[in-house]
Ligand binder design. Structure first.
Ligand SMILES: Nc1ncnc2c1ncn2[C@@H]1O[C@H](COP(=O)(O)OP(=O)(O)O)[C@@H](O)[C@H]1O
Ligand SMILES: [Mg+2]
Length: 331
């Protein structure tokens, strides 16, 4: 807790102003109304806020400040004997108890939350690792099997090599996906024509769409913005691929780019099966996939790239069915 850093925090000012304000009320209003005896109970408020925001240390420091201002006031308005002052003295003691109690509970709550967060991270790390290993295992086993046959003088080299190349390329794609997901996005921004970027992403998906019997339709406005065209294209390819995979043969995927007041909106709309509740909740989790051949990194990578551009992603489930995936990019 650096003191200078505190000056920029609104909670710090809230605590400081309430302590000063309550003390001022004590000094100026003493005896002026029937409630003045109760006004000192307001000191529980800044202690509580300090405990919630800064834990026990914060609660005790604000208590120190309260004592600093309030004890001289008691001395100044001393009623003559300890007996007559017992209520105020006991209150001082209660402030201390409250600061310790609230601070202790706030610290404990924070500790439990940190622990939970760490456990969640360990679980998701385990899921990610086993996902990677599982994905790499199949092509690797296939390559080893074929190589063993070849080295034993069995099998046809001309037939096996293309299969092994396919498997090796699959492994390369998995490794690249994992790397893309794991490393921080570093953008190489330039002024680019967003409609060209979307067009290129669509082009990259044309073959896949043709094989699946899905039609890709575009409706693109000209928008220029500072962005990394290569990474944005990659982000969009993931989304368009998903839309194609979700569509039935003969279906259609509609891709639009529209200019809004402060952002560009890219929508990829399919008429596929849509997403169930579980998918909607988890589709951005790494390694969440409902496909036999999916690795569940497409959407996490897309989200990461879009957010690196200061944008956001959202999913709509139109009543007419299918899924509308939306990418918002600030202009
Ligand atoms: N357009 C879509 N329609 C229906 N479900 C989708 C769509 N896009 C993504 N999903 C769901 O989200 C999951 C995660 O997608 P993604 O991260 O791209 O991984 P993958 O495509 O490898 O499964 C998919 O397995 C699928 O269940
Ligand atoms: Mg995908």
């Amino acid at each position: 807790m650096a003191p200078l850093h505190l000056l920029r925090e609104k909670f710090f000012w809230l605590i400081a102003i309430s302590i000063l304000g309550i003390t001022a009320i004590q000094y100026f209003c003493t005896g002026s109304n029937d409630l003045w005896e109760l006004e000192r109970e307001l000191y529980y408020f800044p202690i509580f806020i300090a405990a919630m925001r800064y834990g026990r240390r914060g609660a005790l420091i604000s208590l120190g400040a309260i004592y600093l201002f309030y004890v001289p006031f008691i001395v100044n308005t001393w009623h003559g004997s300890l007996e007559l002052e017992s209520a105020r003295i006991i209150d001082l003691f209660f402030y201390l108890l409250f600061a310790f109690g609230a601070g202790y509970l706030a610290d404990r709550d924070k500790r439990i939350r940190t622990e939970l967060e760490r456990n969640r991270m360990i679980i998701s790390l385990g899921r990610i690792t086993s996902g990677i290993v599982h994905d790499l295992k199949n092509p690797l086993v296939s390559i080893i099997g074929l190589l063993e046959r070849l080295s034993a003088g069995k099998g046809d080299c001309a037939k096996y090599v293309p299969i092994m190349l396919q498997d090796a390329l699959r492994m390369k794609r998995i490794v690249n996906d994992v790397l893309d997901f794991a490393r921080p996005v570093s953008l190489k921004k330039e002024l680019c024509n967003l409609s060209e970027v979307v067009e290129n992403a669509v082009k990259m998906c044309r073959e896949k769409a043709m094989k699946a019997g899905v039609k890709l339709q575009t409706e693109l406005e000209e928008i220029y913005l500072q962005a990394d065209p290569f990474l944005l294209e990659r982000a969009l390819v993931n989304v368009i691929s998903n839309a194609i995979e979700a569509s039935k043969a003969g279906g259609e995927v509609h891709i639009s780019l529209k200019k809004r007041k402060k952002y560009a909106l890219i929508t990829v709309r399919d008429r596929g099966q849509g997403m169930d509740k579980e998918t909607l909740e988890h589709c951005f989790d790494p390694y969440f996939s409902k496909k036999a051949s999916g690795n569940g990194l497409g959407l996490p990578i897309t989200k990461k790239i879009v957010e690196a551009h200061g944008g956001t992603v959202a999913i709509d489930q139109p009543v007419s069915g299918g899924t509308a995936f939306k990418v918002y990019l600030p202009i």
